[in-house]
Design a protein around this ligand. Structure first.
Ligand code: ACO
Length: 375
């Protein structure tokens, strides 16, 4: 079977995924250092500014601008602009799950120029997500507070009340951790769209569609479903063995690139610990499932280290922050949109269409000497 596993599809200055070393470098910073020193807005400035100095000129940390800086201000006012579209988007997405409402809602946005589109698409994600979530519970949308950072405002727009700083910190760590990750499937989708010289909003809408699949961003909800199905620590080993016997994949384990550890899992595990004591029964269950899955996968695939990936600890962290599991996949998009949009800018700057070939292996016209060929 032909795969694209070893194909280099672009040159990027945005992030490097070191699968053998279990390391993620984001524009010159190890993930651990990025998370320690950068909030969501600072990460956006780092990645956008790496490609477009003018977007990077939305400098952070200027005392005149308060502690969130200009990116926070630009995102805050763009959240307000996105909110103006909420009634029409909610009316058009009545029967859709939050991730599908997000995909459709993003597609409804319009901005004047690429830079404005990058900021608007990024700002719209939490606004649309929160509004769709509240709509499904019969609640009216909560207008954004442009003075807040994206993480704090998202929790506020979900709950209707200000969030405590511990939850905001934990969510912000999550959003920064998933902001960019090499040529992952949704980023590649965004780059393919951008490479046609289409606009950033279209690229983000396509990326949300790619993110939705359970082999990419759709895994963390099912991680909690798995914990619920296992039920008790004592049942973990038997449940895992039976699932593997049925040929099922254990959600939250394994990765296409990381052949040692997924560094994002460790960062999120630390963020979970920083949130303070949790329900002891849930903690014991999660630990038992992690141990049982790792052990069972090591026996079944001895040559391949299948460890916890970002999604396992995403599920535990977002659950502890109080996020409904129906929102886990769209929440991933709220963080990853920063990477998508930076990649879109980077791809656009190349001016080059992405157009790989397919090898035709179908039937040929009778008597034709035509042979399988790439086209
Ligand atoms: N559970 C059970 N078996 C697994 C798992 C798993 N989680 N992961 C891999 N395997 C098996 C594969 O089926 C394969 O078996 P086979 O040789 O009999 O076909 C073998 O281990 C080797 O597979 P890999 O080559 O390591 O896996 P691949 O690179 O094709 O897939 C993927 C990576 C899709 C992430 C896979 O590990 C998986 O499905 N995991 C569960 C879903 C998940 O957690 N997705 C989120 C990924 S992180 C992200 O996208 C943000």
């Amino acid at each position: 079977m032909t795969t694209m596993d070893d194909v280099v599809a672009a040159e990027t200055v945005l992030s490097r995924v070191d699968g053998e070393g279990g390391r993620l470098v984001v524009h010159g910073l190890d993930l651990e250092d990025l998370v320690a020193a950068h909030g969501f807005e600072a990460t956006a400035a780092l990645l956008w500014g790496a490609i477009d100095p003018e977007l990077g000129d939305l400098e952070l940390g200027d005392p005149e601008l308060g502690d969130a800086g200009e990116v926070a201000r630009a995102l805050g006012s763009a959240r307000a602009r996105a909110f103006a579209r909420v009634p029409a988007i909610l009316a058009a997405t009545e029967d859709l799950a939050p991730i599908d409402a997000l995909r459709a809602g993003i597609a409804c946005l319009a901005a004047d120029g690429d830079r404005a589109a990058v900021v608007l698409a990024t700002a719209a994600m939490p606004v649309l997500l929160a509004a769709a979530f509240r709509r499904d519970r019969g609640l009216p949308p909560v207008a954004p507070d442009p003075a807040l950072g994206q993480a704090a405002d998202l929790l506020r727009m979900l709950d209707g009340t200000p969030a405590d700083p511990g939850r905001v910190r934990a969510l912000e760590t999550y959003l920064v951790t998933v902001a960019d990750h090499g040529m992952n499937a949704s980023t590649f989708a965004a780059r393919v769209i951008a490479a046609t010289a289409s606009d950033p909003v279209s690229a983000v809408a396509g990326a949300v569609g790619a993110l939705k699949g359970p082999l990419h961003g759709g895994a963390p909800g099912p991680v909690l479903d798995m914990l619920d199905a296992v039920g008790t620590p004592a049942n973990a080993a038997a449940w895992i063995a039976a699932a593997l016997d049925r040929g099922e994949r254990l959600m939250g384990f394994g990765h296409r690139i990381y052949r040692t550890r997924d560094p994002r899992a460790d960062v999120l595990k630390a963020a979970l610990a920083a949130l303070g004591p949790r329900d002891p029964a849930r903690t014991a269950l999660a630990e038992a499932v992690e141990r049982a899955a790792r052990d069972a996968l090591a026996v079944r695939y001895p040559g391949r280290r299948l460890d916890t990936n970002v999604e396992f600890y995403t599920a535990l962290l977002l659950e502890a922050v109080g996020i409904d599991r129906a929102l886990f996949t769209p929440m991933f998009g709220v963080g990853r949109v920063v990477g998508w949009t930076a990649h879109v800018l980077e791809q656009r700057a190349t001016g080059r269409l992405i157009r790989p070939k397919a090898r035709y292996v179908g039937p040929v016209p009778a008597g034709d000497t035509f042979r399988a060929a790439a086209n």
